[in-house]
Design a protein around this ligand. Structure first.
Ligand SMILES: [Zn+2]
Ligand SMILES: [Zn+2]
Length: 317
């Protein structure tokens, strides 16, 4: 089969031919229809997080069909042991032996993939393959971050990429006011945020017109943490939603005082997946996608790094 693989971290992805995968028992053989690109793929490519196997087929927002034509979604959480202290307390996202799609298990930048059926998710019929793909990480993990921001009425989104463009729509549907923060002077993305219902959009160094009850940081930039903290009302929460972030600069205790909270979000549970994928068609969530041929997956990563598109890049075989 055709695939585009990461052979060495720090090097471009390469189009190659691989043997067709053969599923073990309880695994589904899946023909990939579309695979969303996530910043985690870029972190693996750029060696900002460690690969666990090489070569690896990246891609963990997979829309695929079973041999009998059923459409399923394959997310980042690919396998858990079901028996550790986290799995047995409803926190399988923290499973000590978790295996992740597109890192520990070959992912979706390929014509075929194999997935554990128990971790596949049903997708809403209302979205095409390309438009459904971004729901599977940007949507799911973004939704988990939104939930952990509590009932924040005034919500800041720092970094308005794949996850934020979905979560903005969900937050507006829930009756929240969204304040979108982009790179300073990125007026194109600020306008994009306003078309999705943000009441205000500006640069991340700007002070929003009202204090925030919660903020979600999707951009991998540590200096945004103290900036977001300064924008929070008492009792507010900053949620760091990425798998990787540059170091967080020190800040005065007064900025954390009055019960402000900083927390991270790791991975997803299947429960998050089912909740979000039930909610998405009610909003209804629409995704903005840029489609790349499979052999151009490296270009998709380069364009993500450079911020050259709005919404999500999607790779199609
Ligand atoms: Zn992801
Ligand atoms: Zn476990």
């Amino acid at each position: 089969m055709h695939a585009t693989v990461l052979e060495r971290q720090g090097q471009p992805l390469k189009p190659v031919m691989l043997p067709d995968p053969e599923p073990e028992p309880n695994r589904l053989l899946l023909r990939v229809a579309a695979c969303g690109v996530c910043r985690t793929d870029l972190h693996l490519r750029d060696h900002e997080i460690e690969a666990t196997k090489l070569p690896v087929v990246l891609g963990h927002q997979i829309v695929a069909r079973t041999e009998d034509g059923r459409r399923v979604g394959v997310p980042w959480l690919g396998w858990t042991d079901g028996e550790c202290r986290y799995c047995t307390t409803g926190r399988e996202n923290l499973c000590v032996r978790a295996r992740f799609t597109g890192r520990d298990i070959d992912g979706g930048f390929a014509e075929w993939t194999v997935a554990d059926e128990r971790f596949c998710l049903p997708l809403p019929d209302s979205l095409s393959d390309e438009q459904a793909a971004p729901l599977l990480c940007g949507g799911l993990i973004g939704y988990r971050a939104l939930t952990l921001a509590g009932d924040a009425e005034r919500l800041g989104l720092y970094g308005f990429g794949s996850a934020a463009h979905i979560i903005c729509q969900v937050a507006v549907f829930q009756g929240r006011k969204v304040f979108a923060f982009t790179r300073d002077e990125d007026t194109r993305t600020q306008q994009f945020a306003q078309t999705l219902g943000a009441v205000w959009a500006g640069g991340s160094s700007e002070t929003p017109p009202e204090p925030l009850d919660g903020a979600i940081i999707f951009a991998p930039a540590g200096p945004l943490v103290p900036q977001a903290l300064k924008a929070l009302a008492p009792g507010g929460t900053v949620v760091c939603a990425g798998i990787h972030m540059s170091d967080i600069p020190s800040f005065p205790y007064a900025d954390l005082w009055e019960e402000r909270t900083i927390r991270s979000v790791a991975n997803l549970t299947r429960q998050d997946g089912h909740e979000f994928l039930t909610l998405a068609p009610k909003v209804p969530v629409r995704t903005t996608v840029s489609v790349y041929e499979l052999e151009r997956a490296e270009d998709a990563l380069a364009d993500l790094r450079a911020g050259r598109f709005e919404g999500t890049a999607v790779v199609v075989p």
